[in-house]
Ligand binder design. Structure first.
Ligand SMILES: Nc1ncnc2c1ncn2[C@@H]1O[C@H](COP(=O)(O)OP(=O)(O)OP(=O)(O)O)[C@@H](O)[C@H]1O
Ligand SMILES: [Mg+2]
Length: 440
């Protein structure tokens, strides 16, 4: 037997070899195309990563477990003034100043347990140390083995500067605020003193006038009594009685003394009010008739006002209020005083005062015929120190204090303009002790 294949068999074998070669070549071409594709993708991924690293403003340091630097970004190069080539392979600890070394040396040990956050270290900068806020995390390979760490640092120099500036601005603001509060306190005190003087002026001038009259009367009475001591009753007695107007004195004495007492009580109330004002305590409340209080308020205020003042009262026989009569009188005096101020210069100043009972309370209305209150002012007339009066004439406390008093009483004070002109203040006050029912 010959071991030479017949021609036909040889031809088939060759054809198979050529096929195999064709297939292998086709595989090679396919691999080559895939490889090129992968190369392009790899290059793109590298460019992508490089662009991210280059555009990061935070510094990036990647190192192995020994601390040798493996990767950095441009932010670190810029900050340190060293190129990537100079940085790679160096121990990362060398990037930080001496006083940060203790912390830095502990990093490799620490990150085995947990990441390190917001640790401020001094990085050796181009010219001077730069404070950076470092976050450090552990880095693992694809088999989850710890292979190193990644440090991300944010330069906080600007932040620190801004923080220091903010701190200083805050301190300056606090000082300015203290000064402002102090000067406002002094201004309030000045206004309060002026307000108190204004409040005390009425009753004191009233008492002063009465005491003068009493002094005159006392001297005449003394003369009259001396006459009796020296001469005894006789014909001249009637002449002297007439000459000294003893009967008029006797008639006047009682109202003068009552008026003086009322004035003195008012002064006492103001002083008590001031004490309450400073201690914040509520005075003694009681049931009282507000009608005489209202008339007294008008009487006192109008004494210092024009003689031609006309007051119309439209009030029921009794108006019971539960509260502090002195304080309510203060409120009414403020309202009347404001009304008189508004009508200053008018030939016929005129006040209309109405009142009535409502379920659980009473209402009072004080209306004047002055120019009324400007619409824009209506929302602020109860604000402390709001005044349209010239400097030195008004403190702007009258309505603010009145509002506070009425509020304390559980009542309401409202300001309106009357449709036919003039301002109209409405005061609502409770007539029941807290807890009493309407029917009881
Ligand atoms: N009857 C009124 N008619 C017009 N305006 C009024 C009337 N009552 C109050 N006002 C306005 O409200 C402002 C505040 O009144 P408020 O009594 O609080 O202070 P004041 O009268 O200016 O000063 P003070 O009462 O402390 O002396 C007044 O300056 C005035 O502009
Ligand atoms: Mg006033």
């Amino acid at each position: 037997m010959s071991d030479v294949l017949p021609f036909a068999a040889q031809e088939t074998a060759w054809i198979e070899v050529i096929h195999k070669m064709d297939e292998t070549y086709a595989d090679l071409v396919r691999y080559q195309v895939e490889l090129e594709k992968k190369n392009v993708a790899l290059e793109e991924a590298q460019h992508f990563l490089a662009s991210i690293l280059a555009s990061m403003t935070d510094v990036l340091i990647v190192c192995d477990l020994t601390g040798a630097i493996q990767q950095v970004n441009r932010a670190l190069e810029d900050l340190t003034g060293l190129s990537a080539d100079q940085l790679l392979g160096r121990p990362f600890q060398s990037l930080f100043t001496k006083d940060s070394q203790l912390l830095v040396d502990g990093f490799a040990q620490c990150i085995r347990d947990k990441a390190i956050h917001d640790c401020v270290l001094q990085l050796r900068g181009r010219d001077e140390p730069v404070p950076v806020d470092i976050n450090c995390t552990s880095r693992y390979d694809h088999r989850k083995r710890l292979v190193g760490m990644v440090l991300l640092g944010r330069p906080v120099g600007e932040l620190h500067k801004a923080y220091r500036a903010l701190n200083q601005a805050h301190t300056e603001l606090k000082t300015a605020q203290k000064q402002l509060v102090q000067s406002e306190k002094m201004a309030s005190l000045g206004r309060l003193v002026a307000g108190v003087a204004h409040e005390l002026n009425n009753p004191i001038s009233f008492i002063y006038g009465n005491v003068h009259a009493l002094d005159r009367y006392a001297r005449r009475l003394a003369r009259y009594i001396a006459f009796f001591h020296e001469q005894g009753p006789g014909a001249d007695q009637d002449r002297l009685r007439g000459e000294l107007r003893i009967d008029r004195i006797l008639d006047d004495l009682s109202p003068l003394i009552t008026g003086t007492m009322e004035g003195a009580e008012r002064v006492r109330d103001i002083v008590q009010g001031l004490r309450q004002f400073s201690s914040g305590k509520q005075g003694e409340y009681a049931l009282f008739d507000v009608e005489p209080v209202l008339r007294r308020a008008v009487h006192w205020v109008s004494k210092g006002g024009p003689e031609s003042l006309e007051v119309d009262y439209d009030l029921p026989a009794s108006l019971r209020v539960f509260g502090h009569a002195g304080q309510i009188q203060q409120v009414l005096m403020n309202l009347v005083q404001n009304a008189l101020d508004a009508m200053a210069g008018m030939e016929h100043p005129h006040l209309k005062i109405r009142g009535g009972e409502e379920e659980g309370g009473v209402w009072l209305q004080v209306r004047d015929f002055g120019p009324g209150i400007a619409e824009a002012d209506l929302v602020q007339i109860f604000d402390p120190f709001f005044t349209t009066k010239p400097v030195g004439s008004g403190t702007g406390l009258g309505l603010a204090i009145s509002y506070g008093i009425v509020n304390e009483h559980g009542g309401r004070l409202e300001a309106h303009n009357h449709p036919q002109g003039g301002a109209m203040f409405r005061l609502d006050l409770p007539s029941l002790r807290p807890g009493d029912s309407v029917g009881g």
